[in-house]
Ligand binder design. Structure first.
Ligand code: ZN
Length: 169
C-alpha cells in the first residue's frame, strides 16, 4: 500500500525516531509499504518518519526498482564510518520541488538489521554515501534544509510557508 509522504512542517519529520523493538508482521507490512511508496514517488530513499512512523528504519534503492539486488533495508542502523566531503544537488520526497547543494561525506558505512533480522553492513561512496547520510538524518529528525546555511535554509522555509498559506503544500 502506498502511504502518504509527510512534508516539511510535520513534527514527525523533526523528531528523533525510536529503535525497532521486534520484527513483527506490522514492521514487515511497513517495509513493504515503504518500498512501494518509494518506487511510486519515485525516489531513491525513504525513511519511516516520512510516512508518519517514528521508527529507525529506512530503505534505499538507487535503481528505483530496476535492479532487485539494489534494495537496501536498514533497521536500527548505526554509523560505522564516514569520511571525506562531497557537494552535490539533493532533494527530498518531503520537500517536493526543492533542491539544494548539501555537504555530505564522500564515503559512508552503516550497519544495521535487514528484513530477516540479520546484521548487515553497507558501504558507499558518491550517491550512495549521500543517500545513507540523508536517510540517517531523517531518523534523527533532520531534513536536508537543516544542513544548509541560514539564508539558504530560510529561503526554502519561507517558500514552503507561502505554499502552505495558499493551501498548496
Ligand atoms: Zn528525504
Amino acid at each position: 500500500m502506498i502511504r502518504p509522504i509527510l512534508r516539511l512542517g510535520d513534527t514527525t519529520l523533526q523528531s528523533p525516531a525510536e529503535p525497532v523493538a521486534a520484527l513483527t508482521t506490522d514492521i514487515e507490512r511497513l517495509l513493504d509499504d515503504m518500498v512501494e511508496t518509494m518506487y511510486a514517488a519515485p525516489g531513491v530513499g525513504l525513511a519511516a518518519p516520512q510516512v508518519g512512523v517514528p521508527l529507525r528504519i529506512f530503505v534505499i534503492d538507487l535503481s528505483v526498482g530496476r535492479d532487485a539486488k539494489a534494495l537496501i533495508t536498514m533497521i536500527n542502523p548505526e554509523w560505522v564510518d564516514r569520511e571525506g566531503m562531497q557537494l552535490e544537488e539533493e532533494g527530498c520526497l518531503s520537500l517536493p520541488g526543492f533542491n539544494a547543494t548539501v555537504p555530505r561525506p564522500a564515503r559512508a558505512v552503516v550497519r544495521g538489521m535487514d528484513r530477516q533480522g540479520e546484521m548487515h553492513t553497507v558501504a558507499g561512496t558518491g550517491l550512495l554515501a549521500r543517500a545513507l547520510q540523508h536517510e540517517m538524518d531523517h531518523l534523527d529528525g533532520k531534513l536536508f534544509v537543516d544542513r544548509l546555511r541560514g539564508i539558504k535554509r530560510d529561503l526554502i522555509v519561507r517558500k514552503v510557508r507561502k505554499l502552505a498559506r495558499a493551501g498548496k503544500w
